[in-house]
Design a protein around this ligand. Structure first.
Ligand SMILES: CCC/C=C/C=C/C(=O)SCCNC(=O)CCNC(=O)[C@H](O)C(C)(C)COP(=O)(O)OP(=O)(O)OC[C@H]1O[C@@H](n2cnc3c(N)ncnc32)[C@H](O)[C@@H]1OP(=O)(O)O
Length: 294
């Protein structure tokens, strides 16, 4: 509600000012959790030009914010997102500048790389990102959620790798990340080649989402509770876990173990280990511990 938003706004000021964006609404439902809301509900949160660059600024800000330990992403209004803004796309992707084929191609290359970074920043952010999907999640929406760490959805949600329907091979993450998210290569191929809708039950059964909820209200409550549980734990442990999970997804077991060794050579020296072990011995939860900011 407006009152809750206002209260959150006051809390933000008491902590650290957060930037304002035209396509995103940032708030802080608790001191260590940042909520990023896709916020063009009248346009079904279609991803316009502002969105593609604001996500990068927003996640850079979040990565650098020592107060924030967990991020929650959701969509305002009727659905999560309708994917790329088809009105805006014409002016950016379809009319690249350049005097000849090489120069036009070079400029398209820059645009695609820039658009890829919009979702890669989510994965590069060391804080875990929970995404809560309701209604439709189309095209670029699938690219976005596959870069997140935990995916939740409502019973009315559906997902569509829509790019082939608009003449594109999806180029900002779905084809690279979706096969690593869901086990069946055949299912990934089917979804990407036919652009058929996948509904919530199937999304849970194939592992695209880990939990289903009856409605958005129940999902957001559970997402905030989960965010609180993660945020209560040592940020050294949590962020180290995310970074190493992402690394190990893309490397052999031995390479992952080597990276982990190098990581924990320094991170095991944190005071958080002693504090957490002591609380555990005293049968106290992590909520009882005060961890330094990271
Ligand atoms: C280098 C490029 C990398 C990125 C590639 C990404 C590719 C993709 O994302 S492909 C997918 C593109 N998206 C679509 O094809 C979806 C189009 N939208 C819909 O099918 C429906 O809107 C939807 C089923 C999502 C929701 O239907 P609903 O009945 O709830 O809403 P509508 O009445 O259709 O729309 C309400 C207003 O929102 C505007 N809008 C919806 N989607 C888009 C969009 N993708 N781009 C721009 N605008 C969109 C729609 O025009 C309505 O606006 P208005 O008429 O002003 O009320």
């Amino acid at each position: 509600t407006a009152v809750q938003k206002k209260q959150r706004g006051f809390r933000c000021c008491a902590l650290r000012a957060m930037s304002s964006y035209s396509s995103l609404l940032l708030s802080r439902p608790s001191p260590t959790v940042t909520h990023v809301e896709l916020n063009r509900p009248d346009k079904r949160n279609a991803m316009n030009r502002a969105f593609w660059s604001e996500m990068v600024s927003c996640f850079t800000e979040i990565s650098d914010d020592p107060e924030c330990r967990v991020v929650l992403v959701s969509g305002a209004g009727k659905i999560f997102t309708a994917g790329i803004d088809l009105m805006d796309m014409a002016s950016d992707v379809l009319q690249p500048e350049g005097d000849d084929t090489a120069r036009i191609s070079w400029n398209i290359r820059k645009i695609i790389s820039k658009y890829q970074e919009t979702f890669s920043v989510i994965e590069k952010c060391p804080k875990p990102v929970i995404v809560a999907v309701h209604g439709a999640c189309v095209g670029g929406g699938v690219d976005l959620i596959t870069a997140c760490d935990i995916r939740l959805c409502t019973q009315d949600a559906w997902f569509q790798v829509k790019e082939v329907d608009i003449g594109l091979a999806a180029d900002v993450g779905t084809l690279q990340r979706l096969p690593k998210v869901i086990g069946s290569r055949s299912l990934v191929n089917e979804l990407a080649l036919t652009a058929r809708k996948m509904y919530a039950d199937e999304a849970r059964d194939c592992g695209l989402v880990s939990r289903l909820f009856v409605n958005k209200e129940a999902m957001m409550a559970a997402a905030l509770e989960m965010a609180g549980q993660i945020a209560a734990r040592s940020p050294v442990a949590v962020q180290g876990t995310k970074v190493n999970l992402v690394y190990s997804r893309d490397h052999s077991v031995q390479e992952g173990l080597n990276y982990m060794t190098a990581w924990n050579m320094s991170m095991l020296q944190t005071q958080d280990v002693m504090k957490s072990a002591q609380a555990s011995m005293e049968k106290k939860g992590p909520e009882s511990i005060t961890f330094s900011k990271l």
